[in-house]
Ligand binder design. Structure first.
Ligand code: NDP
Length: 480
C-alpha cells in the first residue's frame, strides 16, 4: 500500500516515529494509502529546514522566485489528469469537478502570485519640505500554512503561493483527511528544482502536527483555513506569542432571491451554489431566502431539479454529486438532518444516506436535501452543516430578509438575486459578509479581498492582501 511521505528539506522522508494513519477513499470506505502521523519532532525538522533556507530564498530576487512558482504551475498543468484523479479519490468529489476547478485553480494560484509579486509595490509618503517616508516590506520568516479537506490542493496552494512569492519559507500541513495532492505537490516541487527547505510539508493530525506548527517559536506567522472552533484554538495559542494570524473560517451563507430575478439563471446557479462539491464549499449558500410571490414556484422547480441530481461514483462522468468526505462527516450531516426534523422542518427531498452498488457499496453518500418550515433562529439555520443540505425560507420585505440573513455568528459570503440595480447595491451594503455575489456565484477574481466578517475569520486573502499579510512593513523616515 502506498505510504505518503513528508517533504522536508527537499526530500521525501518517513515520519521519525514511523507511525502512520489510514487514508480512506470516501467513495468506497476502503483504506487505500497510509499517511505519516507526524509529531513535534517532524515539525522541528521542517522548521529548522525552513529557517535555514530563509536567508537565501528571501534575498534571491523576485524574478527567481516567480520563475520557480511558474515552473510549479506548469508541472501542475502537465499532471492535471493524475492530480485530478488523486483529488477525486481522496475527497470523494466528482472527477469532472477536480479536473475543471480544483487542479486548474491550484496552478492559477502559483501563476497568479508569480505575477503578483512582480507588481507589488510599497508606498512612499512625502511630508512637504520636511521628510520622505517609504515603507519597506520584507518577508517575515517561516510561515505556517494549515488547510482543510474540502478543496485540498486549491486551498493549500492559495496559502503557499503568496507566502513563497513574498520570500517566506513555509512549513505546511494539509489535513490528514485529504493528504494525497499535497504529497504529489511535494514531488512536483522537487522536479521544479525548488531549493531545499523552501517548502516543507508535514502530514498528520491537526491537534498534534498542526498544533506543533502553531506553537513553534520560530514560526512567526500562521495562515489557517478551517472551522471556526479550530480557529479559536489556534488564536488562543498564537495570540500570546504575538504571531501574525490569518484565519479563514466557517460560514452559513444566505442566498437571497427577489421576485424580480432572472428566474432560470437564478435556478441553475442556485443548484450549484447549494450542492457543488456536495455542499462542502465554505461559500455554498445553505440558507435560501425567497421572496414570497415566487416561493411556491421556486420550491417546485428547485426540488424537481434536485431530485434529478445523480449521486454516484465520483469517477463516473455522469455523477453530479459524489461522496461526502468521511464517515464521521456523513454522520454529522445526517445528524443535522434529524435535528431539522426535530426542530419542525419538513424534508422536501433527500434527507437520507444513499447506498450504491459495486465498488461504492461502502461509500459515504448523502442525497441532496432540501428542507422548509424552519425558524431562521433554530440551530439548523444557525450552525454550519457543510454538506448537501439547504433550507428554504420565504420573506416579505428587504428589512425582514436582512434581519434573517445577518442573524448568524458567521459572515463569509452572500448571494443576491434581483434585476433592480439600486436594490442590489442597497442590500449588498447591508449584508454582513466579506463577499457578496449579485446575480452570480463563485465568480472569482483572484485580485479581490477574500475572507469573512464576524466569526468567519480575521484578515483577508487574495491579491495584494495576502502579500501584505506575508510581509512585515517597516517605515523609514528621512529628513530632507
Ligand atoms: P478543521 O478546522 O477541522 O481543520 C482545518 C485544518 O486545521 C486541518 O488541517 C486540521 O488538521 C488542522 N487542525 C485541527 N486542529 C488543529 C490545531 N489544534 N492546531 C493546528 N491545526 C489544527 O476544518 P475542516 O478540515 O473540517 O474543514 C472544514 C471547515 O473549513 C469548515 O468550517 C469550512 O467552512 C472551513 N473552510 C473555510 C474556508 C474559508 O475560506 N473561509 C474555505 C474552506 C473551508 P486535521 O484535519 O488533520 O486534524
Amino acid at each position: 500500500m502506498l505510504k505518503i511521505e513528508n517533504y522536508i528539506n527537499g526530500e521525501l522522508v518517513a515520519p521519525i516515529d514511523q507511525q502512520y494513519l489510514d487514508n480512506i477513499n470516501p467513495a468506497t470506505g476502503q483504506v487505500y494509502s497510509l499517511i505519516p502521523d507526524s509529531n513535534a519532532g517532524d515539525v522541528e525538522k521542517a522548521v529548522k529546514a525552513a529557517k535555514d533556507a530563509f536567508p537565501d530564498w528571501s534575498t534571491c530576487g523576485i524574478d527567481t522566485r516567480a520563475k520557480l512558482l511558474n515552473k510549479i504551475a506548469d508541472l501542475i498543468d502537465q499532471n492535471l489528469e493524475e492530480l485530478a484523479l488523486a483529488e477525486s479519490i481522496d475527497n470523494g468529489k466528482p472527477l469532472s469537478l477536480a479536473k475543471s476547478v480544483d487542479i486548474p485553480r491550484a496552478s492559477s494560484n502559483f501563476r497568479f502570485y508569480a505575477s503578483g509579486i512582480q507588481h507589488f509595490a510599497s508606498e512612499a509618503h512625502f511630508m512637504e519640505g520636511t521628510a520622505i517616508n517609504y515603507t519597506k516590506r520584507s518577508a517575515v520568516g517561516v510561515a505556517g500554512c494549515i488547510s482543510p479537506w474540502n478543496l485540498p490542493l486549491y486551498l493549500f496552494s492559495w496559502k503557499i503561493a503568496p507566502a513563497l512569492a513574498a520570500g517566506n519559507t513555509v512549513v505546511a500541513k494539509p489535513t490528514e483527511v485529504t493528504p494525497m495532492t499535497a504529497y504529489l505537490l511535494s514531488k512536483i516541487c522537487i522536479e521544479a528544482g525548488l531549493p531545499n527547505g523552501v517548502l516543507n510539508i508535514v502530514h498528520g493530525l491537526g491537534h498534534k502536527a498542526g498544533q506543533a506548527i502553531v506553537e513553534h517559536k520560530d514560526v512567526p506567522l500562521i495562515s489557517f483555513t478551517g472551522g471556526t472552533e479550530t480557529g479559536k484554538k489556534l488564536a488562543a495559542t498564537a495570540a500570546p506569542m504575538f504571531k501574525k494570524l490569518s484565519l479563514e473560517l466557517g460560514g452559513k451563507n444566505p442566498n437571497i432571491i427577489f421576485a424580480d430575478c432572472d428566474f432560470d439563471d437564478m435556478l441553475k446557479t442556485t443548484i450549484r451554489s447549494s450542492f457543488a462539491n456536495q455542499g462542502q464549499i465554505c461559500l455554498c449558500g445553505s440558507r435560501i431566502f425567497i421572496e414570497r410571490p415566487i416561493y411556491e414556484k421556486f420550491k417546485k422547480a428547485f426540488v424537481e431539479k434536485v431530485e434529478k441530481m445523480h449521486v454516484g461514483d465520483p469517477l463516473d462522468a455522469n455523477t453530479k454529486m459524489g461522496a461526502v468526505v468521511s464517515e464521521p462527516h456523513m454522520n454529522k450531516v445526517l445528524g443535522y438532518i434529524k435535528l431539522a426534523q426535530e426542530e419542525g422542518g419538513t424534508i422536501l427531498c433527500g434527507g437520507n444516506q444513499v447506498s450504491l452498488q459495486g465498488d461504492c457499496a461502502g461509500g459515504f453518500f448523502i442525497a441532496p436535501t432540501v428542507i422548509e418550515g424552519l425558524d431562521y433562529q433554530c440551530r439548523t439555520n444557525q450552525e454550519e452543516i457543510f454538506g448537501p443540505v439547504v433550507t428554504l425560507t420565504p420573506f416579505d420585505s428587504e428589512e425582514e430578509v436582512l434581519t434573517m440573513a445577518n442573524a448568524t455568528a458567521y459572515g463569509l459570503a452572500a448571494t443576491i438575486w434581483t434585476q433592480d440595480l439600486k436594490r442590489a447595491h442597497r442590500v449588498a451594503h447591508q449584508v454582513k459578509s466579506g463577499i457578496v455575489w449579485v446575480n452570480c456565484w463563485l465568480l472569482r477574481d483572484l485580485r479581490t479581498p477574500f475572507g469573512g466578517m464576524k466569526q468567519s475569520g480575521v484578515g483577508r486573502e487574495g491579491g495584494f492582501e495576502a502579500l501584505r499579510f506575508f510581509t512585515e512593513p517597516q517605515n523609514v523616515c528621512i529628513k530632507l
